[in-house]
Design a binder for this molecule. Structure first.
Ligand code: HDD
Length: 695
C-alpha cells in the first residue's frame, strides 16, 4: 500500500517517512514535508480568515487546479490494458523487425481501445468506429500500430481530416449532439464526400456497436511495408483477429445500455482481465508484392479500400494477450501517446496520403496534450530498450544527463564520447523511387467510391443487411434537412438498389432521387467476401459471455445450482438479478446473494437471460415494470431465454406467451440447463427478429 502513495524514492537520505504506527506512510506535501492536518486550513483565529501564508493549502489547491490535461481531439474516451505479444515463428524472409524473428518470444504491449467522436465522459455504446491502438515495446524501439476496428476510413487524404472531425463531433453553436453522427453536419459532409460511402456501410453495420472490445477485430488500415535484411520489400496490411470470435449488440439494445451502464465496454474489459479471462487476438498479415499492387482493381494506397481476405489470405504471425489492467487510469490510459511515426527497422510507411498526414499529427498532438517534448519519459511511453541520444532539456526533463558532451561528431575518448550512429541495426527508409511534379491532386485510381461499398453489403447475411438499412434510416431520420437525406439515398442507389429503396421507404421519401453522379462507374462484379460478416465469424462457444438470471424469493435451489454449473463449465459468467440487492432465500432456505437489483441489471447488459421466479412470488415480480422490461427486451433483442415453469406468468404479463419460439428454452429439470447453454453458443435467436422488428 505504501508504494501506491510514494511518488519518488528520493535516494540518499530520502527514506519514506514512516508513521509511529509503522503501517502507513506519513502524508507529505509534494515537496516532501510532513502534513499535520489535512482537514483544516490555517486561519487567523478560530472564526477568522484563512491566511495566504498557508503554503500547505495553496499547494494542495494548486495541484488540484491542474489535474486535467486537454482531452484527445478525437478518441477522447478510451480504455487501456497491458499484456504481451507472442511471436509464432521466424519471419526473417519478409521482415527484419526484431520482434518477428524468434518463435515464442514475447514483447510487452499496451493497448488503448476507444470511441472516436464522443468526449471523455461519453457513453461506450455510441454508434461509432472503435480505436484499436497498440504500442509494442520492442527491443529496437517502440512500434505503434494505431488502428481501428474497421479496415477502411472515411477520407483518402489527411487534408480532409479536420473537416471530417468537425462535422462528426458536436455542432459548434449548440455543443450537441454528443458522441453520435446522427445529425445534419455529419451527413452533410459525408454525402458531399462520396469517398466516405464505403466506410459509411461499415459504420451503419453492427461493427459500430460491438458487444465488447474483446469481440472486435482491429486493422492497421493502411498498406505498410515489410523490409527484410537484404533490403527487399513487400507491402503488408495488419489485422488483429479476436480469438473470442466477433460479436455485436443490436441498436435498440445499444441505446438502452448507454443508460444502464455507460461504462459497459470499460467494465467488460476490466472484469474479464481481473477474473483471469484474458482476451487474445491473433496478429495476421496480408503480404503482397508490387506486382499484385499494380494489378489489383484498386489503389493499395487508398485507405477507403480493402484487399479481400479471399484474394490475399491473412497469415497469422503471433498472438496478443491482455493480462493486466492499468495501475492508474490517468498515468497510463490518459498519458499514453501513440504516434504512427513510431515504427521500427523492418517495417516502413507507404505513400498513403492519409498515413503521411497522420505521421505529422500524432507527434504534434502529444505536445499539446502532454505539454512537453519529454513525454517519451513518462513510464507508459518510455521504450523498454536502452535509449541514448543527445537531445536535451525542455519542460519536465526527468533524467540528469552527466558529462560534457552533448553533440556529435566529437573527438572525446570513447568512454565520454556518447552514442554513435549504427547503420547496420538502424531503421532505414526503403529506397522507393519518388518522381513527379509538385501538385495538389488525388490519384485517379482513388476515384471508385462505390464498388467495395457494394461488395461489403452483399457479403452480409440477411440479418446484417436489415441492421444496415435500419441504421441508415435511424441516423438519417435525425437529420433535419430533407435534401441531405435524399443525397444519401442517391449514393445508396450506386451501392445496391434494394438497400436504397428500403432506406428511402424507411425515411418516407415521396419519390426516389436520381442516383448520385459517380466519378467511375460502380462495379457490380466483385464477389462476396464472407470474412466481412460478423455473424459468419462468430464464436464457437459461449465462453466469456454473461447470463443474467432473474430470481425471486424461493428460487429453485437445485435448478439454480445446475444452471450455474453449466454456465461455468462453458467458461461463461452468471449474474443474479433480484428484487433487492440483499438477494433472496432459495427453496432450501439458503441465502442467494444478488449481483444486481432488477432495475440496475436490465437484460440489455447480458448475452442471454434465465427467468427463475418461484410459483409463490412470480405474481409480485410480474407487477414490477423493470422486471417486465427485463423479459420484454430480452425477447425483442433476440436473446436466448431459459425459463422455469413459473415464468409463464412473466411472459403473460408482457403478452409474449403466444410468441414463444425455439429461442425460449424451458428448464423443466436440471438436465435442461446444458441444453440451454448449447443453444446460447450462436448468441442470438435471429429467426425471431422479423417478428419483433416492424420499422
Ligand atoms: Fe487518428 C487518435 C486511429 C486518421 C489524427 N487515431 C487516434 C487514435 C486512434 C486513431 C486509434 C487514438 C489513439 C489513442 O488511443 O491514444 N486515425 C486512426 C485511424 C486513422 C486515423 C485508424 C485512419 C486510417 N488520425 C487520422 C488522421 C489524422 C489523425 C488522418 C490527422 C491528420 N488521431 C489523430 C490525432 C489523435 C488521433 C489528432 C488524437 C489524439 C491522439 O492522436 O493521440 O493526432
Amino acid at each position: 500500500m505504501a508504494e501506491r502513495f510514494t511518488f519518488i524514492n528520493q535516494g540518499k537520505g530520502g527514506e519514506t517517512h514512516q508513521r509511529a504506527d509503522g503501517d502507513t506512510p506519513v502524508m507529505t506535501t509534494p515537496q516532501g514535508a510532513p502534513v499535520a492536518d489535512n482537514q483544516n486550513s490555517l486561519k487567523g483565529g478560530t472564526r477568522g480568515p484563512t491566511l495566504l501564508e498557508d503554503h500547505v493549502l495553496r499547494e494542495k489547491i494548486f495541484k488540484f487546479d491542474h489535474e486535467r490535461i486537454p482531452e484527445r481531439v478525437v478518441h477522447a474516451r478510451g480504455m487501456g490494458a497491458k499484456g504481451y505479444f507472442e511471436n509464432y515463428g521466424d519471419l526473417s524472409d519478409i521482415t527484419c523487425a526484431d520482434l518477428f524473428q524468434r518463435a515464442g518470444e514475447q514483447t510487452e504491449v499496451f493497448v488503448r481501445f476507444s470511441t472516436v467522436a464522443g468526449n471523455k465522459g461519453s457513453a461506450d455504446l455510441a454508434r461509432d468506429v472503435r480505436g484499436f491502438a497498440t504500442k509494442l515495446y520492442t527491443r529496437e524501439g517502440n512500434w505503434d500500430l494505431v488502428g481501428n476496428n474497421i479496415p477502411v476510413f472515411f477520407i483518402q487524404d489527411a487534408m480532409k481530416f479536420p473537416d471530417l472531425v468537425h462535422a462528426a463531433k458536436q455542432e459548434p453553436d449548440r455543443g450537441f449532439p454528443q458522441a453520435q453522427t446522427a445529425h445534419d453536419n455529419f451527413w452533410d459532409f459525408a454525402t458531399l464526400s462520396p469517398e466516405s460511402v464505403h466506410m459509411l456501410m461499415w459504420t451503419m453495420s453492427d461493427r459500430a456497436i460491438p458487444r465488447s472490445f474483446r469481440f472486435m477485430e482491429g486493422f492497421g488500415v493502411h498498406s505498410f511495408r515489410f523490409v527484410n535484411s537484404r533490403g527487399e520489400s513487400k507491402f503488408v496490411k495488419f489485422h488483429w483477429k479476436p480469438l473470442q470470435g466477433l460479436q455485436s449488440v443490436v441498436w435498440n439494445e445499444a441505446l438502452k445500455i448507454n443508460g444502464a451502464d455507460p461504462d459497459f465496454h470499460r467494465r467488460d474489459l476490466w472484469d474479464a482481465i481481473q477474473s483471469g479471462d484474458y482476451p487474445e487476438w491473433e496478429l495476421g498479415v496480408q503480404v503482397f508484392d508490387d506486382e499484385f499492387a499494380d494489378q489489383f482493381e484498386f489503389d493499395i494506397l487508398d485507405a477507403t479500400k480493402i484487399i479481400p481476405e479471399e484474394q490475399v489470405p491473412v497469415r497469422p504471425i503471433g498472438k496478443m494477450v491482455l493480462n493486466r489492467v492499468v495501475d492508474n487510469f490517468f498515468a497510463e490510459t490518459e498519458q499514453v501517446a501513440f504516434c504512427t511515426q513510431n515504427i521500427v527497422r523492418g517495417i516502413d510507411h507507404s505513400n498513403d496520403p492519409l498515413l503521411q498526414g497522420r505521421n505529422f499529427s500524432y507527434l504534434d498532438t502529444q505536445l499539446k496534450r502532454l505539454g512537453s517534448p519529454n513525454f517519451t519519459n513518462i513510464p507508459v511511453n518510455a521504450p523498454r530498450c536502452p535509449v541514448h541520444h543527445l537531445l536535451q532539456d525542455g519542460h519536465m526533463t526527468m533524467k540528469n544527463p552527466t558529462g560534457r558532451v552533448n553533440y556529435e561528431p566529437n573527438s572525446w575518448e570513447p568512454e565520454a564520447a556518447g552514442p554513435r550512429e549504427s547503420p547496420e541495426t538502424a531503421f532505414q527508409s526503403h529506397p522507393t523511387p519518388v518522381e513527379g511534379v509538385k501538385e495538389r491532386v488525388r490519384s485517379e485510381l482513388f476515384a471508385d467510391h462505390y464498388s467495395q461499398a457494394r461488395q461489403f453489403y452483399i457479403s452480409q447475411t440477411d440479418i446484417e443487411k436489415r441492421h444496415i438499412k435500419n441504421a441508415f434510416v435511424f441516423e438519417l431520420s435525425k437529420v433535419e434537412r430533407l435534401d441531405i437525406r435524399e443525397r444519401m439515398v442517391s449514393h445508396l442507389l450506386n451501392v445496391d438498389d434494394d438497400l436504397a429503396r428500403d432506406v428511402g421507404k424507411g425515411l418516407g421519401l415521396k419519390e426516389m432521387p436520381e442516383a448520385a453522379e459517380a466519378a467511375m462507374t460502380p462495379r457490380t462484379d466483385l464477389p462476396e467476401s464472407p470474412a466481412l460478416s460478423i455473424i459468419l465469424n462468430g464464436p464457437k462457444s459461449f465462453k466469456g459471455r454473461k447470463v443474467g438470471v432473474l430470481v425471486s424469493e424461493g428460487v429453485d435451489a437445485a435448478l439454480f445450482a445446475k444452471l450455474k454449473e453449466a454456465v461455468e463449465a462453458e467458461g461463461a459468467k452468471l449474474a443474479v438479478v433480484a428484487p433487492t440487492i440483499g438477494g433472496v432465500k432459495d427453496s432450501d432456505g439458503n441465502a442467494l446473494a444478488a449481483d444486481e437489483k432488477v432495475d440496475g441489471g436490465p437484460s440489455v447488459v447480458f448475452d442471454a437471460v434465465v427467468l427463475l421466479p418461484s410459483e409463490e412470488n412470480v405474481d409480485e415480480l410480474a407487477k414490477d415494470a423493470t422486471a417486465r422490461d427485463f423479459v420484454d427486451d430480452a425477447f425483442a433483442h433476440c436473446k436466448f431465454i431459459g425459463y422455469s415453469p413459473a415464468a409463464s406468468k412473466l411472459f403473460d404479463s408482457v403478452g409474449l406467451t403466444a410468441m414463444l419460439d425455439d429461442g425460449c428454452v424451458s428448464l423443466n429439470g436440471p438436465g435442461d440447463t446444458s441444453k440451454f447453454i448449447e443453444a446460447c453458443r450462436v448468441l442470438r435467436y435471429w429467426p425471431r427478429e422479423e417478428k419483433v422488428d416492424r420499422f
